[in-house]
Design a protein around this ligand. Structure first.
Ligand code: UD1
Length: 367
């Protein structure tokens, strides 16, 4: 079996790591296409080197652009690659522009598509990720769902016969790296200057267009972080840095110490060293949950509802509308004591993915 993984943005590289490792234990041919959606070393190269992912077989080099330009560039660059490689499966990951472009390119060439992390829904159509995941699910042949909740969404949309519960591959990688960090196999996390990891601090990230692109909102959110009673290590995504510069908003103010995006082991180590996480990232909400740190999410909703139901994650869409003491009390609240169980699987999801691809319709794409 020949499988082409199409990836391009940072969270997809994290998901690719355990999948590539699972394929490496088999006879299957696993071919990696990097679209180039993320190109900064901090968002791309450090994940390949840090997580032991083989170098991409093909790099499309599409870079940044508006949604249409970026998605279209991936689409047109993929055609000759898929035509030449003729894979048995095209595997797309998550919900980025690289995901929808990969899926669309493959279905139009009558190649079977599997969608890893299928069935997640925020029900917020303002998010580009929501369009990407809904459209990808509806055009893919095999839907690899991370959770029971995702399976229910797919069933409600009439996609149950194509859906399989695989578990969440992020558990595989997060727990593996957690163990390596705890065993001292990684250097101390590269935290921003001014953060002492032996003292209480909060780890923060902010990158969603809904939070970064409106100058008034961004200024208010930065002020909310700046007013917190603990030092805040802000691992700043290039989009955040670019928007803040554009609008003349100073990120390093009050409690906020600004640093670069963290490599994966650095992120896991930083979460473990922190008292809690403040974020609008999907992946980080779940990493905080898996590493048992409280998370406060600056969004009106989340796809990872299990983190909220178990009390480890609290949604605060507009922190600047809370009284400063209430906001501070929320991000420094005590952790729940109830065991949250394993809603994201047991850390063997990547093996399930390989098996489900092997088994689908008796292993024949034409069945
Ligand atoms: C993308 C995904 C988002 C994911 C995020 C993880 C889409 C629609 N969004 O958002 O789901 O959570 O990745 O990081 O696919 N930039 C750089 N260097 C880079 C890449 C981007 O400076 O290597 C800057 C550019 O100014 C670019 C902006 O960041 O315009 C946004 O990048 P883009 O890939 O469009 O989306 P993300 O915000 O990273």
């Amino acid at each position: 079996m020949k499988v082409i993984s199409i990836v391009g943005a940072r969270p997809q590289l994290v998901k690719l790591a355990p999948v590539a490792a699972a394929f490496a234990k088999t006879e299957h041919e696993h071919f990696i296409v990097h679209t180039g959606q993320h190109y900064d070393a901090d968002l791309s190269d450090v994940f390949f080197s840090g997580l032991g992912i083989p170098d991409p077989d093909v790099h499309l080099g599409v870079g940044s652009g508006s949604h249409g330009v970026q998605t279209g560039a991936v689409l047109s660059a993929l055609d000759p690659v898929l035509e030449r490689e003729k894979p048995d499966w095209v595997l797309v990951y998550g919900d980025t522009n690289s995901t929808i472009a990969g899926a669309l390119s493959a279905v139009k060439m009558h190649l079977p598509v599997a969608h890893l992390e299928a069935g997640l829904r925020s029900f917020n159509r303002r998010m580009p990720e929501e369009h990407n995941r809904v459209l990808t699910d509806h055009c893919a042949d095999l839907l690899l769902a991370p959770t029971e909740e995702a399976m229910r969404h797919l069933e409600r949309e009439g996609l149950a016969d194509r859906a399989r519960l695989a578990g969440d591959v992020m558990v595989d990688i997060c727990l593996r790296i957690r163990d390596a960090v705890l065993a001292g196999e990684h250097p101390a996390p590269p935290l921003p200057e001014g953060i002492d990891p032996s003292q209480p601090f909060l780890l923060a990230t902010l990158h969603r267009p809904d939070n970064t692109d409106d100058p008034e909102r961004l200024a208010a959110l930065v002020e909310s972080l700046a007013g917190l009673p603990l030092p805040v290590a802000l691992a700043a995504h290039p989009r955040l840095v670019a928007r803040a510069e554009e609008h003349g908003i100073k990120l390093a103010q009050g409690s906020v110490h600004v640093g670069r995006p963290l490599p994966y082991a650095g992120l896991v180590a930083a979460v473990l060293a922190s008292s809690g996480v403040v974020t609008d990232s999907g992946g980080l909400q779940k990493e905080a949950f898996l590493l048992r740190r409280i998370c406060t999410t600056i969004r009106p909703e989340t796809e990872w509802v299990e983190t909220v139901d178990s009390g480890w994650n609290v949604l605060v869409p507009d922190p600047h509308t809370l009284a400063p003491s209430e906001w501070a009390a929320t991000v420094t609240r005590t952790a729940p004591t109830r065991d949250p169980g394993t809603p994201y699987g047991d850390g063997r999801a990547a093996e399930n993915v390989v098996r489900l691809l092997e088994e689908w319709r008796g292993g024949s794409r034409h069945a």
